[in-house]
Design a binder for this molecule. Structure first.
Ligand SMILES: [Zn+2]
Length: 238
């Protein structure tokens, strides 16, 4: 299994249980650690109860921490469309990276390994591009990883994930357009949307921007955001 890749079994995590669902998602994370050993310590700590199936170091080395047949504990409380228990439905991949606040690019070797690993998993489990997501997409109320420096566009150039090019239009949205924008986010799969106010949905809007329109993170959605949601729905395949 996954034999075409060079994957190390040097570290193992006992933080897992049984899957209750078929695999249909790949979820990307960053470790928010400065190095591999800190990440391994975190993902194998019995008290912390977190883990992932794979861990990718800064030099591109891939480590398998939990058997992909098992349910690793990386997603936590999360959702997508009407689906819960994303841990049961996903393969979790952690990338050694210090966090968005450090404003660092991901290493080229890391992304190369991530692309190779994702391609194999995608093919093996027939995973749709629309279900290759970041932790922030499925848990927008709690998480921001893999952050604004994660190269979603580059992954898409390798046929991974959904991507639509920017159509910049800095016009504000009127009430109806804002409603349509939220509806589009819901259709794409974003969870935890409620009523039609920006106040209650700001964290979901931010999560969408963090993945698809990073220049608007922390800002109100505008016409660029709406156009992006429309373009993504056109290519959404689930
Ligand atoms: Zn995460």
């Amino acid at each position: 299994m996954l034999c075409q890749l060079n994957i190390s079994n040097r570290f193992k995590s006992l933080n897992f249980d049984e899957r209750k669902k078929k695999i249909s998602f790949i979820i990307y994370h960053y470790t928010e650690t400065s190095n591999l050993i800190e990440a391994v310590n975190l993902l194998t700590d019995k008290k912390r109860k977190v883990s992932s199936h794979f861990l990718i170091d800064t030099d591109g080395s891939i480590y398998n921490l939990v058997d992909i047949k098992k349910r690793a504990w990386h997603a936590g409380e999360s959702g997508w469309k009407n689906l819960q228990d994303i841990n049961s439905r996903s393969v979790g991949i952690e990338i050694v990276y210090p966090g968005e606040k450090k404003q660092m690019r991901y290493k080229t070797k890391q992304i190369k390994s991530l692309v190779e690993l994702t391609k194999v998993l995608k093919k093996k489990f027939k995973i749709l591009n629309s279900r290759i997501l970041g932790h922030s997409d499925i848990a927008p109320h709690r998480k921001i990883d893999p952050g604004i420096y994660f190269p979603w566009k580059k992954l898409n150039q390798n046929s991974i994930g959904l991507w639509a090019d920017d159509r910049i239009d800095e016009t504000n949205l009127d009430k109806n357009e804002f409603k349509n924008f939220l509806k589009n986010l819901e259709k794409l799969g974003y969870p935890y949307l409620k009523n039609n106010s920006l106040k209650f949905n700001a964290f979901v809007v931010n999560s969408f921007h963090r993945h698809h329109l990073t220049k608007r993170v922390g800002k109100k959605p505008n016409k660029s955001s709406l156009l992006k949601s429309i373009d993504l729905l056109k290519i959404n395949n689930s």
